[in-house]
Design a protein around this ligand. Structure first.
Ligand code: ADP
Ligand code: ASP
Ligand code: MG
Length: 405
């Protein structure tokens, strides 16, 4: 007998038939004698619809109220699933974030889980109930509903698995595992049997939305192996686990992309101490995260400074810099929304030279211009024109032979 935490994403609970499919899968494991905690997302598209509704009544909706609204998506699915179990003759109970005592900080819309008190869940499991838990939502000490950021149900599931010391944590989604790259845009993408936490962290932060970044951070911190698999078949998926020795043999394990990027350049800025602080402090104060930064020194004591931000922050960031340009003596502010970041990831890069150079030459053969580069121990990212994203992924996938195991 095992304690199993399962999470089903939006597509997997997209309508009543699909919720029934989830119920049948859960019951199979329950009847085999296991304890089950089932974390659910909202039905596919519902969170987007709710955000859209909020924007119809307010230009920038109050963050607290937005979380109250968004949490209803998951409230719907967990209650429906629990009802379904009950009507099929299996005892079940649903818990919202506050009932599961999933405590977060106060950061509405991007709250972080701080503590989980699992007594109530344990008690229900002791009573042989199947427990359904609303993903994506938490509860603050001051009594407010919070949400964990888009894709946050993954994090709810992994955090619950850690707090309950579950025997396994299974993330069911609409693909049957983690692929070498997004299978919806590259037909040669191959399912990985396993991937290390660090590689998955890079994949997630560089754009692969198959797992929310924080869920992988949790999994790494508490050593929770995650099994990513499909809710539509019985195939084994991908294990996200601690790094193993043989993983370094592979040069590149995956390719990620992010089209949600915009670039801003300030030209001919006086090159003196304090300028970077002047440029980036107001961005931090506005809660804007800056991704890549490049500074090029020119002759005559001048410099150009380029950085990227996520598209939703683009307008705000551009306003800030346009207002600042005169004050800091910049000649101009230029920007481009039609860019994408394409990244190759692999722990094997640590012990192999020449990976970045190969990436650059593969892109140059296709005449794809690279405008920014950033590297870390296990990844290389290039900013390119957005229209070349799919082409870049395809040629890199071929060049690094990612279709071959
Ligand atoms: P869920 O609603 O189940 O949480 P998501 O839409 O959040 O599902 O994540 C699954 C999607 O992630 C897939 O449909 C796929 O398009 C996308 N994806 C991006 N990169 C990858 C990858 N490397 N492997 C698998 N899926 C990926
Ligand atoms: N429903 C939320 C979202 O769409 C959370 C999730 O699906 O994980 O982002
Ligand atoms: Mg998701």
């Amino acid at each position: 007998m095992a304690l199993i935490v399962q999470k089903y994403g939006g597509t997997s609970v997209g309508d009543v038939d699909r919720i029934r499919n989830v119920a049948n899968r859960v019951i199979k494991k329950y009847q085999a004698g296991n304890d089950l905690v089932v974390v659910l997302s909202a039905m596919a598209g519902v969170t987007d619809q709710l955000i859209n509704l909020a924007h119809q009544v307010a230009e920038s909706p109050d963050e607290r109220e937005l979380d109250v609204l968004l949490a209803t998506g998951e409230q719907t699915t967990v209650s429906l699933l629990a009802m379904m179990f009950n009507s099929m003759g299996f005892p079940a109970v649903s818990f919202l974030g506050f009932q599961a005592e999933l405590l977060t900080n106060e950061a509405h819309g991007r709250a972080r889980i701080q503590e989980i008190h699992v007594d109530r869940i344990r008690k229900a499991l002791d009573q042989k109930k199947i427990v359904t838990v609303a993903g994506f939502q938490g509860w603050t000490r001051s009594g407010n509903i919070t949400t964990l950021g888009r894709g946050g149900s993954d994090t709810s599931a992994v955090a619950l698995a850690a707090a309950l010391k579950a025997d396994s944590c299974e993330i069911y989604t609409d693909v049957d595992g983690v692929y070498t790259t997004d299978p919806t845009i590259c037909s040669k993408a191959r399912k990985l049997k396993k991937i290390s936490y660090d590689e998955m962290l890079e994949m997630a932060s560089l754009g692969a939305k198959v797992l929310q970044i924080r869920s992988v951070e949790f999994a790494k911190k508490f050593n929770v192996p995650i099994h990513v698999r499909s809710s539509f078949n019985e195939e084994e998926g991908t294990m996200v686990i601690r790094e193993e020795k043989d993983m370094e043999k592979v040069l590149v394990s995956g390719i990620a992309y992010d089209k949600n990027q915009a670039r801003i350049t300030l030209t001919k800025v006086p090159d003196r101490p304090g300028i970077a602080a002047k440029i980036f402090t107001p961005m931090a104060q506005a809660g804007i995260e800056v991704d890549m930064i490049i500074q090029n020194t020119r002759a005559g004591g001048l410099t150009d400074l380029t950085f990227t931000v996520a598209t939703p922050d683009y307008k705000k960031a551009l306003d800030i810099q346009q207002n600042l340009a005169d004050e800091i003596g910049a000649e101009g502010v230029y920007s481009d929304e039609n860019i994408a970041k394409v990244s190759i990831i692999g722990v094997g890069m640590r012990s192999h030279a020449g990976v970045a150079a190969k990436m650059f030459s593969v892109l140059s053969k296709e005449n794809i211009n690279i405008t920014m580069i950033s590297t870390s121990e296990i990844k290389v990212s290039c900013v390119i024109e957005e229209k070349y994203t799919e082409l870049a992924i395809r040629v890199l996938h071929d060049a690094f032979e990612l279709d071959k195991a």
